[in-house]
Design a protein around this ligand. Structure first.
Ligand code: SAH
Length: 416
């Protein structure tokens, strides 16, 4: 048992450990409920705190309830890293351990892929940090002040090198987020390379037995849609016949379908994306026994209407549009967009045809999405049998008490 003086000494020491942020009862309840964020509107007061520093979060009775990273600019003022008191020098040690834990999780859940998300921010208890692996390359993104200091960056790079032995680590900058977080401007760059020389930004990787190229200097997100990896394989298990992949980007679904379908069309509004899709096809020529994919540059809304009017019919349709709802307020309008697309796709399905339909909008919940699909089914007079309700690949883990970590829906149905 610690003596009275020891206890007093410890509590004083704890109090002085870090700058403090006092939160409202609502903010405290959120943290106690297992969510790591406290919004600025739920901050009562702060002591003198530097942007991005490790802080002790206090409730309204001045009781420490969490250790967090503080942002001076974001609406998300506090991102908790632990319910325990942690001094800022201990945070670097914990950060290294969490990176190692994240890598270990991927080793357990990953199948058949040289590309995966190594670190998924809050879902790996590393708020504001994203790291993806593409073959021997790592691509890193910093999305919060707390992950942007030199010490943190050095610890992240050092641990990633030790754990994964990459050839190179590139940084992909999200300029909008850096502005919102008031972090200094940076450009995409090579952060580290094994040979200490300029590595080419291009490499390639195998995923589900197919080869894809990765260009660290281009592409959306960090280059490819790793969150769909398991859904690509699931789609291929159900697909057959004549297939249409409506928002194909660099051919993710289309290439997988091309192994099992007789005829595949990939559609996207972006020509540069389709050019890379074609290059990805070339990389896999042998696998496809020379079966070509038809790439069409068009607006999916228009093309689906024209094709439906023309009486085109498909055995398999994939819908994977960009996030229609970026905010909660936009979610009703987004559901309207999803319904229009799904309705058009359903009208083109042959009897027994499969629809693989996705939404990556966090603000459209799985139940909203299923309700929308049910309503499209009724309007199209096409009963739908639910085959699979899926989410993002397991290298994008979901934390039950952090709904934002679960954003991708992928529903596979059969038009009976
Ligand atoms: N299915 C892809 C990811 C799709 S990302 C994969 O698994 O990799 C969304 C894509 O939709 C982007 O490539 C974008 O260019 C395209 N897009 C956006 N609006 C579109 C529209 N109206 N019609 C067709 N494509 C569109």
């Amino acid at each position: 048992m610690p003596s009275e003086t020891q206890r007093a000494h410890r509590s004083v020491k704890n109090k002085n450990l870090n700058p403090t942020v006092t939160v409202t009862p609502r903010g405290a309840a959120r943290l106690r409920g297992g969510h790591p964020w406290v919004y600025r509107s739920d901050i009562r007061s702060t002591t003198d705190v530097e942007p991005g520093s490790v802080v002790t979060v206090l409730d309204q009775r001045s009781k420490p309830i969490a250790t967090a990273l503080y942002s001076s600019a974001s609406q998300i003022a506090v991102r908790a890293i632990s319910p325990e008191p942690i001094a800022s020098r201990e945070w670097i040690t914990l950060l290294r351990k969490r990176i190692a834990d994240a890598v270990a999780l991927r080793r357990r859940v990953l199948q058949d892929s040289e590309a995966y998300r190594v670190i998924f921010s809050e879902a790996d208890f590393l708020p504001g940090l994203i790291v993806d692996k593409y073959g021997d390359y790592l691509s890193l993104q910093v999305l919060a002040q707390g992950m942007d200091s030199r010490d943190v960056r050095n610890a992240v790079i050092g641990t990633l090198v030790a754990e994964l032995a990459p050839t190179a680590i590139f940084e992909r900058v999200d300029t909008r987020i850096r502005e919102l977080e008031q972090m200094e401007t940076r450009a995409d760059s090579l952060l580290w390379s094994r040979d200490d020389k300029e590595a080419s930004p291009k490499t390639s990787f195998l995923m589900n037995g197919l080869r894809f190229q990765f260009d660290a200097a281009a592409g959306q997100k960090t280059g490819a849609f790793l969150d769909q990896r398991e859904n690509y394989a699931a789609a291929a298990r159900h697909a057959s016949g004549r297939a249409l992949d409506c928002f194909t980007y660099q051919g993710g679904f289309a290439l997988h379908l091309n192994r099992v379908c007789e005829q595949v069309t990939g559609l996207d509004i972006s020509r540069p994306a389709l050019e890379i899709a074609e290059e990805n096809w070339t990389l896999n020529k042998g696998v496809f026994a020379s079966r070509e994919i038809e790439w069409i540059e068009a607006n999916a809304f228009d093309l689906l209407r024209d094709y439906a009017d023309r009486g085109e019919r498909y055995d398999t349709v994939v819908l994977d549009p960009p996030a229609f709802a970026k905010t909660k307020a936009a979610s009703d309008k987004a559901l309207g967009g999803y319904k229009e697309l799904n309705l058009r796709a359903l009208k083109m399905l042959k009897p027994g045809g499969k629809l693989i339909t996705c939404s990556c909008s966090f603000h459209v919940s799985e139940s909203d999405f299923l309700e929308m699909l049910g309503s499209a089914s009724a309007d199209a007079h096409r009963p739908l049998r639910l085959l699979e309700k899926r989410g993002q690949s397991q290298d994008h883990p979901v934390l039950l008490n952090v709904p934002e970590t679960h954003y991708l829906k992928c529903v596979i149905v059969e038009a009976v």
